[in-house]
Design a protein around this ligand. Structure first.
Ligand code: DOR
Ligand code: ZN
Ligand code: ZN
Length: 421
């Protein structure tokens, strides 16, 4: 055994004192105590599975003035995220097997945490050819950053059928392009008027008859939640849609798709989250530079960073008793692992030893200067958060007290899975 980590660990649905034995990056034993190996005794610090963020935009290749795979995955690690699933709207977009292979090469050896790549679906895409490299597929039904867009039902139907044949997940940005207006906007409420909740509901309805495992990204409205009630889809929510709304400060920094909506929407999402109705917590980390965001509102790009702050803010809410630990662990780790078929997300023998260690007493306000994204800003300045004391990726310590330690060990989860089986 390479290492034994002992503390108050979340095992089989509850916190208790456990020793976790790690060998070759995997959990090989969980017992009250384990002898005969290098031990790290964490006392009453809490050990949770590392989080899996099913939705980030790390901008590599092509948009690396905003973020790159090194800075984005370091930000992830410092926020307790040990696996990121990266979206295809990079430059060039990852929409063919060739472009996916190029992207893999461009980011190789840069990552601090494990990662998977989404393949972008355009009409006519060769889904089968992309499948061996992709952790999942992505469709944008409404236009956002980049040019990926599928507006016709016949294209959606073909894509969903082909993705279904690969056995992978289809993650969808569900805003119906037909219901998005492009009137000149100068405030977050204007942006919301252009992208009403009806666009989300319509997109969800159009998906409702499609086959396969569909994941609705960043559900953002009470109506959207309602429309999803009887559908077999999984769903994500973001921290920003639960904690910010159209009346939050922030000019173009608060411009994001889907938009920040009303206080009622925000509270409905948060309520659904804490009652365990939401499958996954996603950051939709979408860094843009300060320069981008200082442009006129109408011209500024949509999106906000969040991969380093989403889990820590939820951990602070967990400590306050607002978010139950089992709900948070399910949404940030267990469910994303099962949806995307990863041997991660639980402190369980046989799974990857991806862990975060937290000191529940160590809540502190978020300060942008302590964050690691290249974009250099956060919409959550001053919010209470608990940043992990330590983060392990497959048994390797990568972050300690907000700073990187050791080597960059991140690897592609799809490649790793193939070599496992
Ligand atoms: O606000 C957004 N930003 N929404 C998206 O769908 C894309 C993202 C980005 O890549 O900037
Ligand atoms: Zn999206
Ligand atoms: Zn996104």
């Amino acid at each position: 055994m390479d290492l034994v980590v002992e503390g108050r660990a979340y095992v089989r649905g509850k916190l208790g004192h456990w020793a976790i034995g790690i060998e070759d990056g995997r959990i090989v034993e969980i017992a009250r105590s384990i002898r005969g190996a290098e031990r790290m005794n964490l006392g009453d610090l809490i050990i949770l599975p590392g989080a899996i963020d099913p939705h980030v935009h790390l901008r590599d290749p092509g948009l690396t003035d905003k973020e790159d795979f090194a800075t984005g995955t370091l930000a992830a690690a410092c926020g307790g995220v040990t696996t990121v699933l990266d979206m295809p709207n990079t430059l060039p977009p990852a929409v063919t097997a060739e472009k996916l292979a190029e992207k893999k090469e461009a980011i190789a050896r840069k990552a601090w945490v494990d990662y998977g790549l989404f393949a972008g679906c355009m009409p006519g895409a060769d889904i089968e050819a992309m499948a061996p490299m992709a952790v999942g597929f992505k469709v944008f039904m409404g236009s956002s950053t980049g040019r990926l867009l599928v507006t016709e039902d016949k294209d959606l139907a073909r894509i969903a059928a082909q993705v279904n044949r690969t056995g992978k997940v289809l993650s969808v940005h569900a805003e119906d392009e037909n219901l998005i207006q492009h009137d000149v906007e100068s405030t977050p409420p204007d942006h919301l008027r252009n992208r009403p909740a009806a666009a989300e509901v319509s997109a969800i309805r159009r998906l409702s008859s499609l086959p396969g495992q569909i994941n609705v990204c960043h559900v953002s409205s009470a109506e959207g939640l309602q429309a999803l009630k009887d559908l077999p889809f999984t769903k994500e929510v973001t921290a920003h849609h639960m904690l910010l709304d159209r009346d939050s400060e922030g000019k173009a920094y608060a411009k994001v798709n889907p938009p920040l909506r009303t206080k009622e929407d925000r509270l409905a999402l948060f309520q659904a989250f804490i009652s365990g109705e939401i499958d996954m917590l996603a950051s939709d980390h979408a860094p843009h530079t300060i320069e981008d965001k200082e442009m006129e509102f109408d011209a500024a790009p949509s999106g906000m960073p969040g991969v380093e702050t989403a889990v820590p803010m939820m951990l602070a809410l967990m400590k306050r008793g607002t978010v139950p630990v089992e709900v948070l662990v399910s949404a940030m780790a267990e469910k994303p692992a099962s949806v995307f078929g990863l041997e991660k997300g639980r402190l369980e023998v046989g799974r990857d030893a991806d862990l975060m260690v937290i000191d529940p007493r160590a809540a502190s306000p978020i300060k942008v200067n302590n964050l690691h994204s290249k974009c250099g800003w956060t919409p959550f300045e001053g919010r209470e958060a608990i940043f992990p004391h330590m983060v392990f990726v497959r048994g390797q310590l990568v972050v300690e007290d907000g700073d990187p330690v050791g080597e960059r060990v991140g690897r592609d989860v799809v490649v790793a899975k193939r070599s496992r089986s």
